[in-house]
Each structure stands twice: as structure tokens, then as C-alpha cells.
Write a protein that binds this ligand. Structure first.
Ligand SMILES: [Zn+2]
Length: 401
């Protein structure tokens, strides 16, 4: 039997071409030069005890997927993946097989990290502490290299009709949680991790840059899990601005207004360099970059007070100016995937918290469009232009093929 899947294969010249054109022409990226194709692959088989097959119900298209398809992610990634792979790590799906105590038919959200547990290894120190996102062994064991499902040649991924996953990746969902909320559990768990990595002190002045799906989910997490004071959200597009307002931003501004807005509320001094963006002396206590471009990271670094914290959520763009990091003695921290969080003195998994927050909040509309796999070119184009088109998240619905 074969499974219909979207497959990313490396062809170096194509890969490099995509890198060159990725910014300018979304149509070209999903066109004949794209390093992706729709294939019928042999059904993936469970990779050992504790593994089972999953049928995806919905699978999101995330910024990191678009960066990979566009050849824009750093070459740092190359040893952390194995090609060809089926993308798709934001998944709500149904178990085809019984996996340990989970019966076939269980609806799950995928925790995508392929950590020591999935690889049949004794846990590395990070995995032993529950921080599987920090696993040191994502390239070893009996599973091919791959930091997550969706980047590994052996597992398949969510952009297909079937893939395999390990028990450590399966998070059962309550029946009353819709599929559209279920597919957001993974990005929401990342947003929760981001909000907590920000170490927001009571009444802190927070600058949140970006109001796509991750930005809005991070805003939700900040409101629910921290005692942030002001949250200024930088949103480029009209619909994003509406979302940020409805999720409780104190103020929503366009990128060009961000520095002035932070200056006003933090009584900072604005300075204008001979070249490049203005910056503040004084500024927000914390800035969170949910865009991942050079410009957005510069904005974060330039608008935080001395001693403040900048959180990088998602793959950062290259080329940001680190002068403020040095001169303002900033703390620059990354936030990758979810983890074990400390909330009110208790250790809890960000996935567990994500299911609760998804249940309690009106996030369904964040998934603004779904496509069958065979319309993948349209889906990728839509995702690349999502902000302009007023969509926060585009997802594949492989049931529709
Ligand atoms: Zn590990």
C-alpha cells in the first residue's frame, strides 16, 4: 500500500534557486522550481515498540516550513534533518494502531520532537529533565536524523495521509476539542513556552512583535500565564491588528510606529542613528520576536531597556545588529518548541497547558483556510501571503483528497 504525501527532496541547485527567489515571488516558490512534490510513498511502518501509525486530520503550515521550502533556513539545519522528508509537525490526527495504553482511534495532537525516547536511547540529561526540546541526540539512535517529525526521512509527516509516531509524541485530546483547535495545540505549546521564557515580571511593559498565528497565541499565553502590565503588539496587517485587539493587547501598532509607542509608555529617549532604525535609551522590559526577520529582531533589540530581555521565538533572520545586546547588556534567549514549564511553583507540560487554553479560548478562527494535499501549490501561496490575505494559519486537510 502507498500513502499520498507531499515530499521535500533536496536538489541543491533548486534549493539555492528557491533561496534566491523566495522573498520576491511566492508564485515561483510553489511553482515548478519548488523543492517539493506530491508523491505516493510506500506506507510508513512503525519503527519499533511504542510506535504506531497516525492518520492526520489537519496539519498546519508553519513559518519554519515556509522557510525550509523557500531555502531560507540556515545551513545550520542541514545535519539536523534527513531527506527526503514529508513536512508537517503541527498535527491533529487519529491513531490507526494501538500504541501502549492508547487504543486505536484515539485522537491526538503531535508533540513533534524526536527525542531520546523515540530513538530508543537512554535519556540524555535534557530529556531526563523533561526538556525534550533540548535533546542532544536528535541525529542518532535507530531513527534517521531529524529534530522533529516533519524533518525526518523515516517517520513521514503531517502533510500526508499517514505517518508514524512514538508514544512520547502522542498527546490524547479531549473529545469536545475541535480539530481546528487541536491542530493549534502544538503552536500554542510553543507560544506558552515563549511567554514563560520571557520571564515577565508583574506589571512589566512587554513589546510583542508579530501578530500571525504564533504572535496571537503568544499574546494569549502572556495574558493567561503572566502578570504582564502593558502589552504593545506590532501588527502589520489589518486583520492581524483586529485579532491582537480582540485577544487583549493594550495597544496595537504598525511596525513604523512601534518605537514611538514604546518610547511614550516607557518614557524613554529616542535616538536616530546616521543609518538604520531609531532606538531607545529606556524602553520595554521584554521584547518578543514572533516574526523572525532581521528587521523584527533589530526592532526587539532596539526597543528594550538596558538589562531587559529579548526572546527569539521561531527561526531568526540573519544579519541583525547586536550592538544593543552589548551596549544595553540585554538578555537574548531562544524559545524552541514546548517543554516542562514552571507555573505557580508546579512543573507542567506546555502541551497539557495548551489543551486547557485551547479549550477555554476562541482560537478556532486562527485556522483560516484548509486545503487538500493535491492543491498544495495554492496552499503554500496562501500561507506565504497569509498576512496580507487576512489569514493567520493555513492547514492541510488530507481527508479532502
Ligand atoms: Zn535526549
Amino acid at each position: 500500500m502507498t500513502t499520498q504525501s507531499l515530499e521535500l527532496f533536496r536538489s541543491a541547485p533548486r534549493y539555492l534557486t528557491a533561496r534566491a527567489i523566495g522573498d520576491r515571488a511566492p508564485g515561483l516558490l510553489s511553482g515548478p522550481l519548488a523543492p517539493m512534490r506530491l508523491v505516493h510513498k510506500k506506507d510508513p511502518v512503525p519503527l519499533g515498540p511504542g510506535w504506531g501509525r497516525v492518520r492526520p486530520l489537519l496539519s498546519g503550515i508553519c513559518g519554519s516550513d515556509l522557510a525550509t521550502i523557500g531555502g531560507k533556513s540556515s545551513f545550520y539545519f542541514s545535519p539536523l534533518v534527513s531527506l527526503p522528508f514529508v513536512p508537517g509537525h503541527e498535527v491533529v490526527g487519529v491513531l490507526i494502531d494501538e500504541v501502549d495504553e492508547l487504543p486505536a482511534g484515539t485522537r491526538i495532537a503531535l508533540q513533534p520532537v524526536l527525542s531520546c525516547l523515540a530513538r530508543g536511547l537512554d535519556p540524555c540529561p535534557n530529556c531526563a529533565a523533561g526538556n525534550t526540546g533540548r535533546c542532544d541526540r536528535v541525529t542518532t539512535g535507530h531513527v534517521s536524523a531529524g529534530l522533529q517529525t516533519g524533518y525526518c526521512a523515516d517517520t513521514g509527516g503531517g502533510w500526508s495521509k499517514m505517518f508514524v509516531a512514538h508514544r512520547s509524541q502522542l498527546h490524547p485530546l479531549p473529545d469536545d476539542l475541535s480539530d481546528r483547535k487541536g491542530v493549534l495545540v502544538e503552536p500554542l505549546s510553543c507560544a506558552i513556552h515563549t511567554a514563560l521564557r520571557a520571564n515577565v515580571q508583574p506589571n512589566a511593559n512587554v513589546l510583542l512583535i508579530g501578530a500571525g498565528a504564533i504572535g496571537i497565541l503568544t499574546l494569549l499565553a502572556l495574558k493567561e500565564l503572566t502578570k504582564a502590565g502593558r502589552i504593545t503588539v506590532v501588527a502589520k496587517h489589518g486583520k492581524q491588528q483586529e485579532w491582537a485587539e480582540s485577544f487583549g493587547a493594550t495597544e496595537v501598532v504598525e511596525p513604523k510606529e512601534a518605537t514611538n509607542a514604546v518610547r511614550r509608555t516607557s518614557h524613554a529617549m529616542k535616538l536616530r542613528p546616521e543609518r538604520g532604525a531609531s532606538f531607545l535609551l529606556g524602553g520595554a522590559d521584554v521584547a518578543i520576536d514572533c516574526v523572525g526577520s532581521r528587521k523584527s529582531l533589530d526592532m526587539a533589540l532596539r526597543n528594550v531597556r538596558a538589562g531587559g530581555r529579548v526572546v527569539v521565538s521561531g527561526i531568526p533572520g540573519a544579519g541583525a545588529d547586536l550592538t544593543p545586546l552589548w551596549f544595553r547588556e540585554l538578555e537574548l534567549v531562544g524559545a524552541y518548541t514546548g517543554g516542562i514549564e514552571q507555573v505557580d511553583g508546579k512543573s507542567r507540560s506546555s502541551f497539557e497547558i495548551a489543551v486547557e487554553l485551547a479549550n477555554a479560548n476562541p482560537i478556532e478562527g486562527i485556522v483560516g483556510a484548509t486545503y487538500p494535499l493535491h492543491r498544495w501549490r495554492e496552499a503554500i501561496d496562501h500561507a506565504l501571503a497569509a498576512g496580507k490575505l487576512g489569514t493567520l494559519r493555513v492547514a492541510f486537510d488530507p481527508r479532502a483528497d
